[in-house]
Write a protein that binds this ligand. Structure first.
Ligand SMILES: NC(=O)c1ccc[n+]([C@@H]2O[C@H](COP(=O)([O-])OP(=O)(O)OC[C@H]3O[C@@H](n4cnc5c(N)ncnc54)[C@H](OP(=O)(O)O)[C@@H]3O)[C@@H](O)[C@H]2O)c1
Length: 200
């Protein structure tokens, strides 16, 4: 899984999203993160197809949204994601928000993984409390938990639980969603200077 990714949250305009993904691939990003709820899966798949980069060198993540958390609904939603993306498989598919019939959604995702439609299945926004509520009933351990994670929100308890289970943490808001204060914190700017890097 690439270390750095490019997310297309809050880019509902399909032509803008498509341009952004095209630029991201040209810049060197090899992980694109979308979701059913972002309403732009089409705009992620097209530039991937149009590029010269082999499909297996690009990691595509999408996420199941709340209205599809029941077994039959989740199965249909996974197929619709693939259709919109125009891809034979997604690299990672996540339960976007852990509320409602997560167990049924998870069963549909496990089956889609077995069928080769999804390479890895994971969850998102699972706090320690929600992790303990849902994950013990899963047959397949989530590969990833995508959560808010940055210097202001270090997820210490969650990271311990996930480490025990060999689950990878993927950060959203790694830069605090562009939090200007974070970029000027002396502890950050001193490290940036020491390593010759941008604070971000
Ligand atoms: N699973 C979930 O529930 C969930 C939730 C939220 C997001 N996500 C995913 O995570 C992706 C990332 O979103 P995010 O907003 O959370 O990301 P973020 O990386 O924390 O924030 C991105 C913002 O940081 C600013 N920035 C970037 N580089 C910078 C630098 N070097 N110096 C100063 N500012 C810099 C930019 O702000 P300006 O635009 O102002 O320049 C940019 O828009 C989303 O697109 C989505 O794919 C997932």
């Amino acid at each position: 899984m690439p270390t750095l990714g490019f997310g297309v949250f809050q880019v509902p305009d399909l032509s803008q999203a498509e341009q952004a993904v095209t630029d991201a691939l040209e810049t060197g990003y090899r992980l694109i993160d979308t979701a059913v709820a972002y309403q732009n899966e089409e705009a992620v798949g097209k530039p991937i197809k149009d590029s010269d980069i082999p499909r297996d060198q690009i990691w595509v993540t999408s996420k199941l949204w709340l209205q599809d958390y029941a077994y039959e609904e989740a199965k249909k939603a996974i197929d619709l994601s693939l259709k919109k993306l125009g891809l034979d498989y997604v690299d990672l598919y996540l339960v976007h928000q852990p509320y409602g019939k997560v167990d049924e959604a998870w069963q549909a995702m496990e089956e889609a993984q077995e069928a080769g439609k999804i390479r890895s299945i994971g969850v998102s926004n699972m706090t320690p409390k929600l992790w303990k509520k849902f994950v013990p009933d899963f047959d397949v351990m989530p590969a990833v938990n995508q959560v808010e994670f940055n210097p202001y929100f270090q997820q210490k308890e969650l990271r311990q639980i996930m480490a025990k289970n060999g689950v990878a943490l993927e950060a959203w808001a790694p830069l605090g969603q562009g939090n200007a204060e974070l970029f000027h914190k002396p502890v950050i700017t001193k490290m940036a200077k020491k390593y010759g890097k941008d604070a971000g």
